[in-house]
Each structure stands twice: as structure tokens, then as C-alpha cells.
Design a protein around this ligand. Sequence first.
Ligand SMILES: Cc1cc2nc3c(=O)[nH]c(=O)nc-3n(C[C@H](O)[C@H](O)[C@H](O)COP(=O)(O)OP(=O)(O)OC[C@H]3O[C@@H](n4cnc5c(N)ncnc54)[C@H](O)[C@@H]3O)c2cc1C
Length: 566
Amino acid sequence: MAKDDFDVIVVGSGAGGGMAAHSLTQDGLRVLMLEAGRDYQPATETPMFNRPSQAPLRGEGTPDKPFGYFDATIDGGWEVHGEPYTVAPGSDEFKWWRPRMLGGRTNHWGRIALRFGPYDFQSRSRDGLGVDWPISYEELAPWYDRTETLVGVTGLAHGLENTPDSPPGVHHVPPPPRAHEVMMTRAFKAMGIPVAAMRGAVITRPIDGRGACLYTTDCGRGCSVAANFQSTTVLLPPARATGQLTIRTQAVVYQVDIGPDGRARGVSFVDRLHGTHHSVRARTVVLAAGACASARILLNSRSPRFPDGVGNDHGLVGRYLMDTVGTSTVAHVPMLEKLPRRNDEGMSLSHIYVPWWGYQQQARKELDFPRGYHIEPGGGQRMPGMSFGDMAMMSPISHGPGLRAELGRKYGAFVSFDGRGEMIPNDDCFLDLDPTVKDRWGIPVPRFHWKWSQHEERQAAHMRRTFLEVIEKFGGTPVWGTETDGKTAISKGGEMIHEVGGVRMGRSEKDSVVDSYGRAWAVRNLFVLDGAILPTNPDKNPTLSILALAWRGAAHLAKLAKRSEL
Ligand SMILES: Cc1cc2nc3c(=O)[nH]c(=O)nc-3n(C[C@H](O)[C@H](O)[C@H](O)COP(=O)(O)OP(=O)(O)OC[C@H]3O[C@@H](n4cnc5c(N)ncnc54)[C@H](O)[C@@H]3O)c2cc1C
């Protein structure tokens, strides 16, 4: 590849990288995408209709395939061979999930696609904690509209506080609630808590050559008819069709190359299969390798101008790493035992969710924690996997027809509640480079530092108390997740796989690494367009916002490129 063959190098092909490549190529720029993982073709590789009996261990998760044998993550996971990371001594545990495949985590994400609300951009002004964003909801709203139109997101307008509706015609009609969801809705409403139709990145009417959802299989396996959103089915094919996109897989980028003029001139990467090192050049570089991977690349990009890493003049790269606060509870519900057999496959995500309802209580100082959480309910009669066996563990009958009858009776009579809450950025949560540990190519690996604050622990305790109250309302019995001490109930750092921050955006280089378009203050032809740039992590799952911000940033990049201002 010759110098200046490309206008832009995009590192990573997931939500941020896929959207950047989509936008840049539509704007006529020549893009080289470098992706650390292998190529992946959902149309031919998705095990959409396979049954558990066709898989080893009936499809149960293993260290290589933690989300099950048929999960779309064909390479990557909690551990990646030869690519370790470390957790600093004295730190609480942190887990780092990494994909190694074209399309990244978008191939198997949960598809819950929520807009941040107006309060979420101005949180420090509201309660004095964390930081405000350099942009408002109103500035991002048109990009949410565009993103939802392209991606396809289900939803209804409910007019709820800090839970923005989309313009008419944007949302796809959501599938109706299933029996357990109707039951849960009644119970929540009896507690004065509103319930909304799920905002899911799954289309229910055909668009752009994509088929509507067939309600047949788990979205986490990927989707060969492209009904759910994956970068590999929705973003990369149209980008390729422009003729402007070149993709090189198995390319692990480890540094941004800085020229004597202090500008980015390209990146260096190692070929994952052969271990050979390469450097490629372009007029502009976009990092979108996932929040922690992008921060690591910046920290590893050392030069006389940037001895501590690119953009790290103020020591901010790697700082203010965040995840989502998580807890769960599972309950057995006798009322659901009496229902006839039905096919509950539906969208594999819930058809309803519970947006945060406590803004006014917080304004009146009635709660002991700031910021909100939402609830993602689960349950129903879906294709049983090995977890079906958990019911046998709970049965007083150990074998034979009695056990079979018991399992038949209880199948579909368990529900779950997952709370997902906002974490406030703090000084104890960050990544730097491990001083001694290196990956198999000799590149320093990230070292994580983690500590939840009292805000998150109290929020986790409130989640559990809410779950127990609603379970009591519909006459259920909690069978797992009853501990209401927030310190014990809360998830581990990184476990929710919503890690964001580390290269945060802001109004000036004193408080941030990039501006609101993801453009590095210190290197004006370098952009970061993934979750790393989020200055806060609202309870609403981050990916829709990552997509909208990446589109906004890439469109700005293209405008500057056309005016020769990069
Ligand atoms: C099981 C699961 C469920 C989830 N559910 C939801 C949900 O319901 N809603 C939601 O909003 N979010 C969800 N998420 C999170 C969501 O997947 C991420 O927020 C989103 O994919 C982040 O986009 P990204 O572009 O930053 O990173 P990714 O999508 O991870 O893409 C990064 C890409 O960069 C590549 N890469 C990494 N390092 C390098 C390197 N050095 N050189 C070159 N390439 C590199 C990776 O291989 C990958 O392809 C879920 C994630 C998981 C794993």
C-alpha cells in the first residue's frame, strides 16, 4: 500500500469503526479499515436454526465460548490467547471482554438500543458530580434520528421523563409483550413504575434489502437475514459497495505514527497470523478499537513530541474509565406454571423494559444515591438449553417420571430482572500500561485500576430491593440474587461489557483528550470514534450513542477533509 493511497485509516470494525467507515465512504473518502480479528460472513456463518442437541454440551458456554457454542463470537472473549491484560495490585477485579472478528461486539450484542436523555448530557450541572458533556441532547438528536433510521430500532412513544421519544415513523413497531411481560407490567404499574416497549435494534418491517425479524432464534448467534443490527450486515456492505473501502483483517494496530510535524501520518500494526510488523499511511487516522483498546494504542504511541503517549500531555489518556452498574435476581412464579405451551422466541431481547422512574424522588432528595438505572426483564418459554437442568437441581424429586413432570410444569415459570445503572466517573477507575507484562508481540498491555464508589453500591442495593418488591407483588419466590448489600450485589468492573471512557471528550485540552467530534486536541488529524470518548456513562446502554457520535464525528471529518482543513 503506497503512501497516501488512503484518505483515512479506520482502526476497528465494530459499532464505532463500522459507522465511521460507512459515513466516510458515502462521503467519497478512500478508507483503509484495519481489524484485529478474522473475517466473518454472517450470511453463511450464522447458526441460526441449529438446535442445542447439535452442539457439544448441548451448546453450553465454555471458556472459549462463554455465551454458548452457537454465539456469534467466533473469536475472542474474556481471554484472548497471547494477549493478556493485568489488574493492579490493590485494585478491585476488572474483566475485559474482547472480540476478535470483523464487526466486533456488534455481532452478538444484546441489541438494547436506548437514547441518552437531555439530563444525561448535563449531569454535573444537575447534581454536581462527574462532568457535563460538551454537547447537548438537542445537538445529538438528529444523529440519533439518522442512526435509528439506518439501524432499525423498535419502540413506542411514551413521553417519559429523560427518555426521549423518536420522531414519528422512525421506530419499528415492537412485538407485543409476552405472558410473563404482561404480568410484570401489571406489577410494576401497581408500584407506580412505568413500563415501556423495548427499544431493540431489530427490524420488524423489511428495510434496505434486510428481512424483518422471524422471531425464531437467539439474536446473539447473529442474523443471516440481517434483521438485527450488526456492523457486518448493515454498515460494511454499503461501505464496500462504494468501492472506497479496503478491509485488512488480522491486523493488530499498536501505535499511531507521528511525523516530525507532530501530525499523525499513519499507524503500525502486527499481522496476527504471521507476527510481521507493518506501517501504513493516510491523511487522517480514526481509532475505533473499543474504549480500552483505543486508549492502549494512544498510550503505546510514544515519540519525542509525546513521551507519555499521544494526546496525553495532561495525563488524561486512560482516565475516567466506566462500566455499567449491574445486578440481577431470578424468581420462580407459580402463576406462570398454569399457562399452555407456546412459542415465546420473539425478539431474543425482552419486549418491554423499565426506564428509570426516580428523577423526581432524587430531586426531592428521597434516595441515597444519584443517577438512575433501568430494568431489563427476562423469562418465557423459549428453546431450552442446558440451563433447563438448573430446574432439576432445585427439584425435590431426583429422577424418573416425577422429575420429568416437575420440569414440564416449571418450564417457563422463571423470570429474571437485570438492573443496569449509571456509574459516576471517578479517579480510582482507569487504565495505564503494565510496566512489565507484554503481549505475544512484545507490546505493553493495559493494567486496570478499579473501585466502585458508594454511589454505585447504594444504587445496586436499591435495584435488588426493587426486584424483591416486584416479585412479591406477583406472588413469586426469589431463587437467586437476594442479597441486598450493595457491595456484594454489584457486578465486577467490566462485567457488564459496557466499558466506556478513557479518551474523554470535553471543551478544552485541559479537561479532555478530544473535542465533541472525537478530534484529538493535540493531533488535529487524529480522531477517536468509539466508546472511549464518552465523558459519562448514563444507565442507557451505550452502543446507540456510540453509533450516533461516530456518525457525527465522521461527517465532520469528511467536511474538514473536503475543505482541506485537516
Ligand atoms: C454479550 C454482550 C451484550 C451486549 N449488549 C449490549 C446491549 O444490549 N446494548 C448496548 O448498547 N451494548 C451492548 N453491548 C456492548 C456493545 O457491544 C459495545 O458497546 C459496542 O460494540 C462498542 O463498540 P466499539 O466500536 O467501541 O467496539 P467493538 O464493537 O468491540 O469493536 C471494536 C473492534 O476493534 C477491533 N480491535 C480491537 N483492538 C484492535 C487493534 N489493536 N487493532 C485493530 N483492531 C482492533 C476488535 O476486534 C473489534 O472488532 C454488549 C456487548 C456484549 C459483549
